[in-house]
Design a binder for this molecule. Sequence first.
Ligand SMILES: NC(=O)c1ccc[n+]([C@@H]2O[C@H](COP(=O)([O-])OP(=O)(O)OC[C@H]3O[C@@H](n4cnc5c(N)ncnc54)[C@H](O)[C@@H]3O)[C@@H](O)[C@H]2O)c1
Ligand SMILES: [Zn+2]
Ligand SMILES: [Zn+2]
Length: 393
Amino acid sequence: MKALVWHDRRDVRCDDVPDPTLREPTDAIVRITTTAICGSDLHLYEVLEPFMEPGDVLGHEPMGIVEEVGPEVSHVSPGDRVVVPFNIACGRCFMCDRGLYSQCETTQVREHGCGAALLGYSKLYGQVPGGQAEYLRVPQAQFGPIKVPKGPPDERFIYLADVLPTAWQAVEYASIPEGGSVTVYGLGPIGQMSARIARHRGARVIGVDIVPERLEMAGRHGIETVDANEHDDVPAMIRELTDGRGTDSVIDAVGMEAHGAPAVKAMQTLTGMLPDSVAQTLFQKAGVDRLTVLLQAIDTVRRGGTLSITGVYGGAMDPLPMLKLFDKQIQIRMGQANVKRWIDDLMPLVSGESDPLGVGDLATHHLPIEQGPHGYEIFQMKQDGAIKVLLHP
Ligand SMILES: NC(=O)c1ccc[n+]([C@@H]2O[C@H](COP(=O)([O-])OP(=O)(O)OC[C@H]3O[C@@H](n4cnc5c(N)ncnc54)[C@H](O)[C@@H]3O)[C@@H](O)[C@H]2O)c1
Ligand SMILES: [Zn+2]
Ligand SMILES: [Zn+2]
């Protein structure tokens, strides 16, 4: 089959690889009809290189048709249309019982001290072959795959694999008070949907980014926007819009690759030039995140407010302004999305006649899998208006 394979820093290729087969009684094989490229894939594309190996199949936002199931899989059968969550969870351990699927104790990657295994996501998360491919072996399929109705286009449901539950959790964790306000830093797919969900739930939403078409897209969905390029002090600007206090809540939907942190950018480039073992240690022992946006988020949230971090960070010892966090009495919540925890909330919003979250207005590119490498390039470089790239194997 064809699959997108990681070869090296910024070198992803569409290769022929062996078809996956059932290995465990809890596996399923899904023929992929749509699979997305995510901001999290961009970390693998470049910064997280020390944890990747040539030959790793990428991708964690797939959907398609079930081809085959193992004997212990009963809630889906061949022919069903399914979306596959990016976290691999058993559905029956201590963590899963509490809805903390991204911490599943059956699939935790203990070797690296990490939470639940993820599809297509580096050694840190189990090196499980991913879903940017024609076929996918789905582990723990007795729990994971989400059945969706036949008929509406894939674009209606594909974001249930990651973008929508991640955005929903970001909004939940932001604890926006009734009629309150939230700033969303980053208007990539995660920020777009976090902003739309917060608005749908009645909040005043201010979105911040540096890319014109991303700001425009947010504007189309009723979000007030701030172009960070135009303000030296974005938090001060947002305080001006909010009676001098800042918003009740802030969502960081940017993460470790924020623009505008030259020293750390140099450090991230350096890790790319070191042998993997040295770079891995540096990553796990030192601070290598670009914290520009996180620091702005801390500055933006009002005293006593809540900061919800959904952008991914990877440094072990990032320096943080503890005085400010403590003095402002800020609550912080974060983490990988517990995908299935939020599906019952989201399904009615994507499967009805109307499209309240505007899922039809997010993908900017539909490409065949052979053009996946081009998809990575334009998404990373923000070329050709790329906001969300969907691949159709
Ligand atoms: N928590 C989870 O489970 C989860 C799931 C999916 C993605 N993520 C993470 O969410 C983040 C966003 O993902 P995405 O798919 O939307 O990717 P993306 O790369 O398209 O989004 C990042 C956005 O941040 C903007 N940005 C960069 N620097 C900025 C700055 N200084 N000020 C304002 N905006 C700035 C970029 O222009 C871009 O629009 C990534 O870190 C990704 O890894 C987390
Ligand atoms: Zn993703
Ligand atoms: Zn579990």
